[in-house]
Structure formats: structure tokens, C-alpha cells
Design a protein around this ligand. Structure first.
Ligand SMILES: [Zn+2]
Ligand SMILES: [Zn+2]
Length: 333
């Protein structure tokens, strides 16, 4: 079928509307008619080819909310008409030991929504059925898009590592990911601290669920305190202070794709059994559980809506950090 897409012809170039060919859905695949798509910082990294993964013309967009409009062989045709959400991953092999073990996001042959294929800033997008997860009635679909990348990325360290509700959790960076991490950690039952370089966001961080807001520069006053630090920032930090703020057995969980190495003194880990971890989104099962959790606790992304035709404006503003807290571009493309 012919579909409408927003594509960039070369690294750094603005997007323009074009027509593309979408093949018939293959075995296990379905097509979503795109209603809304969130804008993630990874879209900008891909548009700049910052990770060397991009192929042009590039159609970004991997926080999709859409309606199933066609299904391939092996997919229940009753799904047509259902509202589903799609994030960074659009397919996995379903047969390897990672897929079979419930860690499909760690599959060795993942298909990523905007790597080598057409993403969600389009009239239609394709996905394997496992990775386009249903949106329950309890979640507002117009604001749900950011949950499928930013949301599940910060939900993963809580659910996949079975964090205790008595844990002291700190979140670094109160942005597109961090504002959701605060909501999740608060609803999880944890003691929640927001760590920020922007004192102006203090009241908003408390509104998202932080019990306390601490300036990153004052982290030295939190030595030995946190069981889990979720770092959404992609900037280099005073790493000794960050690791020093971990309690014994505490864990720094890195989500921001900082490109410089993180230096760590072995003794800061050894003496207190601290650790440093990271994770890429999560499994389809965690996506489904996250959606139920959001519905039950009233968790929703704080979004600014723009029509998809204003995608370039949204990208420019995201580059400047001028968004609270996530853009959602509304279709039709
Ligand atoms: Zn993303
Ligand atoms: Zn697999």
C-alpha cells in the first residue's frame, strides 16, 4: 500500500512529507494506522546519525499509538480496529533462549522500529504483533505514546529488577524520562528523590511524586543513601558523587546514553557491594504490565500536542530542551 511518511534525506536535514510503499504484512505482522506518535530524544540521535545506525531517507517515530488496520498470516483478524502502542522494538525472533526466557528485548535479532525500516511519523507503520501492545481503556490513548519508549525504559529498572517498595529511589534528570520515573517510583511505594540541575522544576518534580528534590551539586549531602539511582541524563556527571550516594548494595541504573565512559573506583563497588547496571526498554510482558499499572495509578505522560505537519518545529524545540515534558505529534500524517 502507498503510505504518507515524514522523512529526512540526510543527517541533520529537516523532514518533509513523502509517499512510501509499505509491503503487505508478513507472517506474524500487523499494520497500525497511526493516530499519535511521541517524539523521543533517540529520534534526534537517529536523525543526526549519532550512533552510526541510521539509513536515509529516515522516517523516525517510535512512540506510536495506532489502530490495527491490516494483519498478516497467523495474526487473528479480530485484532483489526484495536488500539495498540509500539515503541523502539518492533520485532524479535520468538525462538531464541532470550525470547523463550521472557527477555525478548535482549534477543540477538531484534528489529527496531526506526533502524533500517520506516517508523511512526507516517500514516501507517508495521510491527510484529507481540510488540504492538493493547492500550487499556484506563489509559488515555492521545497521551499514551511516550509510555512505549520513554515510559517502559524507566519502568524496566523497577519491574525487571523487582525493586522493593521500601527502597529509597533517586531519579537524575526531570525530563521526558525522568518525569515518568518519578510517577512510577512513587506509585511503586518507594521513597522518591528527584536530583536535578534545574531548581525551577522543583515544584513540578513534587507534582510528579518526588518526596524531596535535591540539586545535583548537593549530592555530597546524600552519601550512602539510595538503594537505586535511575539516571536518565545523557551528560557526564560527578560520577564519584553519584556512586557515593548509593547505599550498601545500592545500584546505579544508567538509562541516559552518555557517550563518554563512566569512571568508577573499584573500591567504591567492592566495600559496599554496589553495582552499576543499564537496560534497553523491556519485554512485551513488561509493556503490558506497565499499561495496567498506569491505568490503575493514573500515571500519564505530561505532553504537548502538535499536528504532525509541525514535526520540524517539535524537533527544533526538543534540541533546545524547550519541551515539558514530551511532544506528541497528532495524525493524520
Ligand atoms: Zn525512544
Ligand atoms: Zn529471540
Amino acid at each position: 500500500m502507498e503510505v504518507s511518511v515524514w522523512q529526512s534525506g540526510a543527517p541533520g536535514e529537516p523532514l518533509s512529507r513523502a509517499t512510501a510503499h509499505l509491503p503487505e504484512p508478513a507472517e506474524d505482522e500487523l499494520v497500525l494506522e497511526v493516530l499519535h506518535c511521541g517524539l523521543c530524544h533517540s529520534d534526534v540521535s537517529m536523525l543526526d546519525n549519532a550512533w552510526g545506525l541510521s539509513s536515509f531517507p529516515l522516517v523516525p517515530g517510535h512512540e506510536v499509538v495506532g489502530r490495527v488496520c491490516a494483519v498478516g498470516p497467523g495474526v487473528n483478524p479480530d485484532l483489526i480496529g484495536q488500539l495498540r502502542g509500539l515503541g523502539w522494538i518492533s520485532g524479535s525472533c520468538r525462538h531464541c533462549i532470550r525470547c523463550l526466557g521472557g527477555d525478548a528485548n535482549l534477543c540477538g535479532s531484534l528489529e527496531s522500529t526506526i533502524v533500517g525500516r520506516q517508523g511512526g511519523f507516517a500514516s501507517h507503520v508495521m510491527a510484529h504483533q507481540d510488540w504492538a501492545v493493547p492500550i487499556p481503556d484506563s489509559v488515555a490513548p492521545e497521551d499514551a505514546g511516550p509510555l512505549f519508549c520513554g515510559g517502559v525504559t524507566v519502568f524496566a529498572p523497577l519491574i525487571d529488577e523487582a525493586v522493593s517498595p521500601t527502597a529509597r529511589v533517586a531519579v537524575i534528570g526531570i525530563g521526558g524520562l525522568g518525569h515518568l520515573a518519578l510517577q512510577f517510583a512513587r506509585a511503586w511505594g518507594c521513597e522518591v528523590t528527584a536530583l536535578t540541575t534545574t531548581p525551577a522544576k522543583r515544584q513540578e518534580a513534587i507534582g510528579f511524586g518526588a518526596h524531596e528534590v535535591v540539586a545535583l551539586a548537593d549530592l555530597g549531602g546524600c552519601a550512602g543513601r539510595f538503594d537505586l539511582i535511575i539516571n536518565t541524563s545523557n551528560h557526564s556527571l560527578d560520577w564519584a558523587a553519584v556512586i557515593g550516594a548509593l547505599a550498601p548494595r545500592g545500584r546505579l541504573h544508567q538509562l541516559g546514553a552518555v557517550l563518554e565512559p563512566i569512571p568508577v573506583a573499584a573500591f567504591d563497588l567492592i566495600a559496599t557491594r554496589r553495582s552499576i547496571t543499564g537496560s534497553p526498554t523491556s519485554s512485551p510482558a513488561s509493556l503490558v504490565k506497565m499499561m495496567e499499572f498506569c491505568g490503575r495509578h493514573g500515571i500519564r505522560p505530561a505532553v504537548e500536542h502538535l499536528p504532525m505537519a509541525e514535526l520540524n518545529t517539535a524537533i527544533e524545540r526538543l534540541r533546545r530542551g524547550d519541551v515539558r515534558y514530551r511532544f506528541v505529534l497528532d495524525g493524520p500524517a
